[in-house]
Design a binder for this molecule. Structure first.
Ligand SMILES: CC(C)(COP(=O)(O)OP(=O)(O)OC[C@H]1O[C@@H](n2cnc3c(N)ncnc32)[C@H](O)[C@@H]1OP(=O)(O)O)[C@@H](O)C(=O)NCCC(=O)NCCS
Length: 382
């Protein structure tokens, strides 16, 4: 039997999977834009909820539109008592990403959203998902530490409320700004694995809770989220600025990967890393001793520039995000869930875009198996 002549591209690298107007990356120049606006501008001037609106609806909201969207989100941050009970019954050693994926999938039973072509259904599902994910993550952390969950505080901003639900205290202004910017910087990044997953599941007209839980599952893999934890670990191991050069040179000699360095798309420094580095400077401004980890990181960056620029390897978002999150007291297990709390805005935007011109994903394959094989009875098999 003759097989079709096809070339398989591993990982579909470089193959456009959809037309999209949500975000744009220029990996050579180090540009990332959401709906045409640079990430640096948004991280400095905007808020996560405004950015979520921009991504979802394609334009910056007018004042009244922003107020309504913000109020809708703020008044949907609570979890149903049955969801809380369900979370209490999940294993304490489960990872927060597993909690998040399970609870988001279960939300589909409480907030039926099968009619995905209905605009109201789509809007309220997006509101509920963005609103409740921080509550799920904070609740999970509290339960795992044996503490009672804290109800959301509607008087606080989106980011401050997340911090409050975790630590039962209101963050200072810089911590609030950094957490909010962290969500903005993670909110979308063109056609990555989890976004593709959201679009594939969305293309079957599955409900949005199923769409987002599949995206969360995709993000949970170590090749997608998670390198920031390893960066913090690596910098702690290096231990001092003067150890950075010999340690990194040794790693390069041994062909070990430097965590938080290199990117499939960026062939220069990731613009999100630049934003987080400047936040790190603000954060460590008054903390001489604790600023050591930032000094080590910047020394590592210098060595990486000297030794790996020829391979176009530069710091990516994870290089500075772990340092910043750790310094504001966020437990390492929550680094990837926080990524998901931001990225849900992007996943939902791609889902909405997918539904506009939907065609179910059904790629082809290049068959490499056998044909015309005999069915051997079990008693004769060896
Ligand atoms: C992100 C990443 C997977 C991109 O990979 P990629 O584009 O497929 O690049 P490759 O893995 O094919 O690497 C290309 C070359 O650069 C080297 N390289 C890539 N990342 C490196 C790193 N972090 N440290 C040292 N060398 C690295 C590879 O060894 C390879 O070298 P070679 O050509 O001499 O064999 C990769 O850079 C990486 O693993 N980085 C560390 C993990 C990380 O920070 N992930 C978060 C990404 S946001």
């Amino acid at each position: 039997m003759e097989e079709k002549q096809m070339e398989v591209v591993p990982g579909l690298a470089g193959i456009p999977a959809a037309e999209s107007a949500v975000s744009y990356v220029d990996g050579e120049k180090g540009i990332l834009e959401y709906r045409g606006i640079s990430i640096e501008t948004l991280a400095e001037k905007s808020t996560f909820l405004e950015v979520a609106y921009l991504l979802l609806f394609g334009k910056l909201p007018a004042e009244s539109e922003y107020k309504k969207f913000k109020d809708d989100i703020t008044y949907h941050t609570r979890l149903k008592v049955k969801i809380l009970r369900m979370m209490e019954l999940l294993p304490e050693n489960g990872h927060p990403m597993e909690y998040l994926q399970s609870v988001v999938a279960a939300m589909g039973m409480y907030y039926p959203a099968k009619d995905v072509m209905n605009e109201e259904t789509r809007y309220w599902s997006a509101v509920r998902l963005i609103a409740k994910m921080p509550t799920i993550v904070a609740t999970c952390e509290r339960l795992k530490s044996g503490d009672a969950p804290i109800q959301p505080n509607n008087n606080l901003s989106f980011a401050a409320n997340f911090y409050y639900m975790l630590f039962e205290k209101v963050p200072d202004a810089l911590t609030e700004k950094i957490l909010d910017a962290m969500l903005i910087l993670h909110a979308d990044h063109t056609m990555n694995a989890s976004t593709f997953s959201a679009r594939v599941v969305g293309s079957t007209l599955a409900d949005p809770y199923t769409v987002i839980s599949s995206a969360i599952g995709t993000l949970s893999g170590p090749l997608h989220g998670g390198a920031n934890e390893e960066v913090v670990h690596m910098l702690k191991e290096i231990g001092a600025k003067e150890n950075a050069r010999p340690s990194i040179e040794r790693m390069i000699e041994k062909h070990e990967k430097i965590m938080g360095v290199g990117h499939r798309v960026y062939k220069t420094k990731d613009p999100r890393a630049k934003c987080l580095q400047s936040f790190a400077h603000k954060l460590f401004q008054n903390t001489t001793g604790k600023g050591k980890i930032l000094e080590i990181a910047e020394e590592v960056e210098k060595v990486v520039n000297d030794k790996l620029a020829s391979k176009k390897l530069y710091p990516n978002i994870d290089f500075y995000s772990g340092i910043v999150l750790q310094e504001i007291g966020i437990p390492t297990e929550l680094f990837t869930p926080i990524f998901a709390m931001g990225r849900v805005a992007g996943w939902l935007s791609h889902w909405l875009e997918q539904l506009k011109t939907n065609k179910i994903y059904r790629p082809d394959q290049k068959y490499t198996g056998l044909h015309n094989q005999e069915y051997v009875p079990m008693s004769e098999r060896r």
